[in-house]
Design a protein around this ligand. Structure first.
Ligand SMILES: C[S@@+](CC[C@H](N)C(=O)[O-])C[C@H]1O[C@@H](n2cnc3c(N)ncnc32)[C@H](O)[C@@H]1O
Length: 854
């Protein structure tokens, strides 16, 4: 028998002996919400809020228009009455005793836990989806979702969708008990919005579904779904008759446990693949295909896609104006660009349009394919149909995804074919066990061939395959023999195509982590590729990875190592970099900082137009590529620093902008040292612990620990490197550069707060070109860079407890308050560049400047 929620959840004692745990307030508009209300749903309302609301309710007089009956009177079911059939308030109870007493809410909805609400929801869903009323939702869990104790029947298991992320199994069990639901087991992993319940028998299951369906938790309606699609269920049942070995290796879905972690994103730079949680709700799963998930705009003509992206960038840009206005300190006049924004529809600067991609189909030079099970239970290499957090692990082949090249599809299908016969298991995201995890296909083009938009494939001359595995606990000899077979399978697959596919390098990445996003230092191993029919044995000595492919941008050749970033749409990236160069207004007198430079693409393509380039990048392989790229293209005026930008930006700017003879006392000098907010402290701590750039003992002020890659990728003392990495005569002095410009191209998360502070407070940096694949973080960073300083800075705001829940713009406003007094930048112009046709993603470039007064 379920206990009362008051006892089990430690809610405050019921007022007047009454508790209304199942009541959920009708969702009204913001103004209406402040009216005296019936308590909200039990499980999301903090005790204080509930108590306060009730107190307010008691105290506030009824309005004259409603002398006796509150508008919400009897619009929610009484949970006491529901549970025990009686309630001490009797007829005077404000909550409805049974469906008969229940009244329609002012917003024309029924209590969501009531039968009437359930009926109208079902009818609505049926209408919307064109499905019959009795169809139960299905979560696309093609891996096991229930406990693997051997006697589990998936037909007696259900998924609960829309549970609070912070809940664990205990919270779920308590919730079930509180609702009087009997079950065999309840499983829930923190971070996921789904939980799994298994039942002893169909009776138990039936009554639980009836009770649970439609209950609200917070502002979400709980959904009850099947654990896996029926097609998969059938497959599982038939697999039960397989020998035990087969059950373990071929059908991990049979015996998994809920032990998964964060969403296993495919990690593509445009975020296309599997991370679009917003679209996953309890009612959508079956309708999705890899094409819908990966290329959600593919149904639109390309011109409409561009318009769509431009419009969303307009909205994002307006946020910058609004937030800068809000953040402008009291007593300080609004910047001119904010005042003038009214004339251009609230934009902070002119949006000069959107540059289209020269290639619209098959443009991706890198695809990361997940390994998993399809809805039919087949080992599949492709894209996940949704988000792990939300219970979707089904993988579908990448057919019909217009951004994926034919070559990538061919390699995915060769790998898929291989997996049908491999006796090493597929990675199970719930149990965090298994072997095969992911396939990445990277393509490179030769510079000689002109880009032929119609026949992109003809230009692809190199392919690198990276297979991600988790080899822990597998027999070494067994693994080696599987790798040999794999190399052969890829080679034969490539040779079987007409014309045959290029295959330049085959690399294995060994990764144990929960998600497929491996750290840059995950071990790599180069596998020999056998020539057709010759066979090549693995000797276990191929530990040093020298695998690289090449691509070209602006007539330069770029070598790319397995984990180095390279824009996925090369021909559109060329447009992006040349736009950034034009806006940076560079010349022979320019010192260009290429912040987050990757393999050096931006700096190297602009090197012939500037005096010197200083590139900063934390991925050691990418920096080593950048060096090699400078060399193979005969470029001498570049220096590449391997470090996190936040660790070295201050000291580099100081080195170049504040020559020793006129050291100034700007606040900037302290900007690297001064860590004021909790979030900066957190991230700074992370940096010290894990400097992936290979530096040890980071000293942000002196740059000690940053390694500057010489040809061999080793570390040398800074003074020596300066000689080896600068011009032929090694003689660039600070005074030679009248113009100092930074082009920043950070990852999706934007720039580190320390970098923003350094850029903002170094007064000699007058122009900044910000390239971003995530307009939201660009806007947040621009708020900090462009908000006027107050007359007096708020010193390190102590109350940072809420920052984790703030929006990125809110956090930026908060940080702007403690920015050292400094001249703000102003947004001058912005432009979108579409690198990701058919997806909702887009690159954006913004020019920020300070008035040219020296
Ligand atoms: C969007 S990519 C841009 C790379 C390069 N500009 C290009 O277009 O090829 C971002 C790069 O920033 C690097 N990165 C990420 N965080 C960094 C940090 N804190 N400091 C320096 N580089 C960082 C990544 O390794 C990646 O190479």
């Amino acid at each position: 028998m379920a206990s009362s929620p008051t006892e089990t959840l430690n809610l405050p004692p019921p007022i007047n002996g009454h508790d209304a745990p199942n009541q959920s307030e009708p969702k009204l508009n913001a103004d209406q919400e402040i009216q005296p209300s019936i308590p909200q749903s039990t499980y999301n309302v903090t005790t204080t809020t509930t108590a306060e609301k009730r107190k307010r309710e008691e105290e506030e007089p009824q309005s004259e228009a409603e002398p006796s009956l509150h508008p919400l009177h009897k619009t929610s079911l009484c949970s006491y009455f529901r549970k025990s059939g009686s309630c001490c308030h009797g007829a005077t109870c404000r909550f409805a005793h049974g469906e008969e007493e229940l009244r329609l809410r002012p917003d024309n909805t029924w209590d969501p836990t009531s039968e009437r609400a359930k009926k109208s929801r079902k009818a609505e869903n049926g209408e919307k989806c064109g499905v019959k009323e009795d169809v139960v939702e299905e979560i696309m869990m093609t891996e096991v979702a229930v406990d693997g104790d051997g006697d589990q029947d998936i037909a007696l298991s259900k998924c609960l969708v829309h549970l609070p992320r912070k809940w664990n199994s205990d919270n779920l069990k308590k919730f079930l008990a509180d609702h009087g639901i009997l079950c065999k087991s309840g499983k829930k992993k923190k971070g996921m919005t789904v939980g799994f319940v298994s039942f002893e028998d169909s009776e138990q299951l039936k009554s639980a579904v009836e009770e649970l369906e439609g209950i609200s938790i917070g502002n979400k309606n709980l959904k009850v779904a099947n654990v896996v699609p029926r097609s998969f269920e059938t497959k599982i049942k038939s697999a039960m008759t397989l020998p035990e070995k087969d059950l373990q290796t071929k059908e991990p879905a049979l015996d998994g446990q809920i032990a998964g972690g964060p969403s296993s994103s495919n990690g593509n730079e445009d975020g296309t693949s599997n991370d679009d949680s917003s679209q996953v709700d309890g009612s959508v799963s079956r309708a999705r295909s890899a094409r819908d998930v990966v290329t959600p705009l593919a149904h639109m003509p390309y011109s409409d896609q561009l318009e769509h992206k431009k419009n969303s960038i307009v909205q994002m840009l307006k946020k910058l104006t609004r937030n800068a206005r809000k953040a402008c300190p009291n007593g300080v006049s609004l910047p001119e660009w904010v005042m003038k924004s009214r004339e251009i529809g609230g934009l902070p600067c002119k949006l000069e349009g959107i540059l289209e991609s020269p290639l619209v189909n098959g443009y991706r030079n890198k695809c990361e394919f997940s390994v998993g099970y399809s809805l039919q239970g087949k080992a599949t290499v492709g894209f996940m149909l949704g988000n792990f957090r939300e219970g979707v692990t089904a993988v579908e082949e990448p057919v019909d995804c217009p951004n994926v090249s034919r070559i990538a599809c061919k390699y995915a299908s060769a790998f898929q074919e291989f997996l049908q016969h491999s006796d090493l298991p597929i990675w199970n995201r719930f149990k965090n066990t298994g072997f095969w995890r992911q396939l990445t296909v990277r393509e490179g083009r030769t510079p000689e061939k002109p880009t032929d938009a119609e026949n992109l494939e003809a230009n692809i001359s190199e392919v690198m395959l990276i297979v991600q595995v988790c080899s822990v606990s597998f027999d070494h000899a067994h693994v080696n023999s599987e790798f040999e077979r794999l190399a052969k399978a890829f080679e034969e697959g490539a040779a079987a195509c007409s014309p045959s596919l290029p295959l330049t390098a085959l690399v294995v990445q060994d990764h144990q982590g929960i998600s497929n996003v491996a750290p840059a230092d995950a071990p790599l191993r180069l596998l020999p590729i056998p020539k057709a029919n010759s066979g090549a044995e693995l000797d276990g000595t191929n530990d040093v990875v020298e695998a690289r492919i090449h691509d070209c941008i602006s007539n330069l050749r770029f070598c790319i190592s397995p984990t180095a970033f390279f824009q996925v749409n090369t021909v559109a990236a060329e447009k992006l970099y040349s736009l950034a160069g034009d806006w940076a207004d560079i010349g022979p007198d320019t010192l260009l900082f290429d912040v987050c430079c990757g393999t050096g693409t931006i700096g190297l393509t602009l090197a012939h137009r500037v005096g010197m380039v200083v590139g900063i990048e934390m991925n050691a392989s990418a920096v080593s590529d950048a060096h090699r790229n400078a060399e193979i293209n005969g470029i001498k005026n570049c220096r590449f620093v391997c470090a996190k930008a936040e660790d070295v930006m201050g000291s580099l700017l100081k080195e170049y902008l504040n020559p020793p003879q006129k050291q100034d006392e700007h606040a900037s000098d302290s900007s690297n040292k001064e860590i004021t907010t909790a979030e900066e402290k957190d991230s700074f701590k992370d940096n010290v612990i894990e400097n992936e750039g290979g530096s040890s003992g980071v000293d942000p002020e002196n740059g000690v620990g940053a390694s500057e890659c010489s040809e061999g990728g080793g570390k040398e003392p800074q003074s020596q490197l300066q000689k080896s990495c600068t011009s032929e005569d090694g003689n660039f002095s600070v005074q030679q550069f009248k113009n100092v410009v930074a082009i920043v191209d950070p990852p999706r998360g934007g720039l580190h707060p320390t970098v923003i502070k350094v850029l903002r407070t170094h007064a000699r940096l007058r122009r900044l070109v910000y390239i971003s694949c995530n307009p939201e973080t660009l806007v947040a960073n621009a708020i900090e860079l462009c908000t006027p300083s107050p007359d007096k800075v708020e010193k390190g705001n102590k109350d940072n407890r809420g920052w984790r829940n703030m929006s990125s713009a809110g956090l930026a406003r908060h940080r702007a308050k403690s920015m050292p007094i400094s001249e703000p930048f102003r947004p001058v112009r912005a432009m979108a560049v579409d690198l990701f046709p058919h997806t909702s993603h887009c690159e954006m470039v913004m020019l920020l400047e300070r008035l040219m007064i020296w």
